[in-house]
Design a protein around this ligand. Sequence first.
Ligand code: PMP
Length: 401
Amino acid sequence: MADFDGLSESLNARKTQHLYRSRRLLGSAQQPEQQVDGKSVLSFCSNDYLGLANHPEVKKAFIEAASEYGVGSGASHLVNGHSQLHHELELKLAELTGRDRAVLFSTGFMANIGTISALVGRGDAVIQDKWNHASLIDAGLASGAKFKRYPHCDLNGLERQLNSCSEARRKLVVTDGVFSMDGDIAPLDRIADIADAHNACLMIDDAHGLGVLGATGAGSAELFNLSQERLPVLMGTLGKACGSFGAFVAGSEELVETLIQQARSYIYTTALPPAVAAASLASLKLIQTEAWRRDKLQILIAQLRGGIESIGFPLMRSETAIQPILVGDAALALDISQQLEQRGLLVTAIRPPTVPEGTSRLRITLSADHSSDQIELLLSALQDIYQQLSDEKKAQLSDVK
Ligand code: PMP
């Protein structure tokens, strides 16, 4: 390991900077009450926003499809892994998003890598919000296109970056629909206007919007009523509000066919297990028929925000199920997370490099499966912890507000 000298030093440095991350062992299904590291806890850190990951109908669809199709898909889509269930799911996703077609990817990370690299390369430009998901940033860097970033949701910054690459052959503007560590929603209508004025194509990653936003759960594009023409590249994932696994890109016939022909992370990987596609189909049905899940989530979000604001913790500006408390200091965020855990409440401390230095936060995520009483439990624990903070620490919190 001579060439890798320094690995333990850098691991130790992470520990001393309170940036070391460890995994917990989940011993139960993804639902508010969980067994974690052998203890019963109430979790506020899942992306299962609608409570579908453990839904009886979703599980039934999965089990029945596994009985019929087996477990593994056996091959990539272009060899012979593309089953009838994958096909049906693609049709359903196109219908839900109001697009001509959709193509499945095995994960959201792979969808972003494959799509951006298939659409832009040398001589082109990709322009991204600075806080886009890591997979979009990596995809932009790997594409070979000129890579530009604008400050978070800063429309003047976006214009400036577009002006600075006016000579590029193709220009692709890319933004998260809902920002995963902040919970805020991108101003997509205005971003679409700017992209249009600069003859650029717009792509969104709607991993955290799909299922949760829009009247029918079609996500951020539906919320802003953005047609395929205005928003040509719509990527979504199935592992969050859908409670399943996988991802897709929806758009025109030409876009989808280009991805099938050219996206390397689509071509050179095993297709999702067909039973996973069946589970996604069942959850999409629930997303469309059970609008009450979205309504309930909104009620819980309002309850949580109201409670946290009255305690005094600084909340970020978010209308979604992602409700981060901005703590600032990594050690303090970790300390509060540990105190919550001692009370049986699971809230992850998100620290650099996932978020910028000085913006460590407690990322609370809500699910339609939470009850109002469970939100109260979290609020009362937060109140206790806040009251016990020293004045100096409280002042630190108000500094980041
Ligand atoms: N985009 C965003 C915004 C995400 O939050 C995530 C998952 N954390 C991904 C893409 C990756 O999706 P997947 O987990 O399906 O790879």
